[in-house]
Design a binder for this molecule. Sequence first.
Ligand code: ZN
Length: 272
Amino acid sequence: MRRLNVRFAQIEECIRTSLFAVDVLPRNPPFEPGELLLLRLVKDDAVKHGKLDSRIEFALVFDHVVEDPDGSVSRKSWPNAGKVWRYILVCSETVPTLPFSLERLGLNRDYAGQGNAIYIQPDDEAVVRTMLQPVPTASRPLQVAHADVLRAIRNFDRIMRDAPIRETTVREHQRVLGDPFLSDALKRYYSHRCQICQHDFTPRYGVPFADTRVAEPKEARPRVLSTNLLVLCPNHNSIIGAAGALFHRAALEYRYPNGLAERLTLTEHLVA
Ligand SMILES: [Zn+2]
C-alpha cells in the first residue's frame, strides 16, 4: 500500500480514469499489481476544502506502469496541470474508502510530506484497511461520523457512474470493489435496521444482522448503485420475494399482489 499526494484539480480525473502520474518509480519495494494506492489530497487543498479530517476518500488498485516520454498521456489526462510526468500508473479500478486522514488513525509512523508513492508499512496498512471495510470489526470498532458513511456511499455511486466499463485483463471476480462495500456501508449507515419496519437484532441477540435487496432487479445496469439497494430484515427480504411484491420508487413503497403497501420508513440514502 502507498500514499499518493494529489491536487484537488486533478483528483477527478484520477478517480474517473484510474490513472495517476509520477516522475520517479519507487524501487524498494517496487509497485506490485493489486497494491492499493491511497489518493490523498495535498494539505493546502484539504484546508481550502475543509477536508483536513478526510483527506483520503478513494484508492486506486495498481495494475501496471507505462512510460510517457513525450508527455502526451499526461497532457491528455491532466490538461490543466501545466506539467507532464515520466510515468503513468495504470490502475485496474478506483475504490471508495470511508473518509479519513492518516494523521487521525494513530499509526506507528508518520506519512506526512510532499513525497509521492510513500510506502505504508504492513502494520500500519492493517489499520488503514479497516477504512475500506464499512462494517467495523470487533477488535477495532471504528469511529466514523454518520455523515461520512453516507459520503462513502455517494462516492461509491460516483465511481460506478463515472467509470467506463474497462476492457482490462481484470476479471469481475478479481475486482477489489464489489457489492460488499456498498451493502456493508448501507447496513452501517442504518445501524442494520430494516428500512421498512426498523427491526434491529442487536438489543435482543447482541449482534447486528440485516440483508440487502436490489429494489428494482430489472434495471439494466452492469453494477448496482446505492439508489437501487435497500437494507431489510430477513423477514421482509423473504416475504417480498415470496409474495412477489414490487418496489414503487416514486412512493418509496413495496406493493403486494393482495393490495398491501408497505412504505420505507428509513429513506435518507434514497433522497438527495
Ligand atoms: Zn423489516
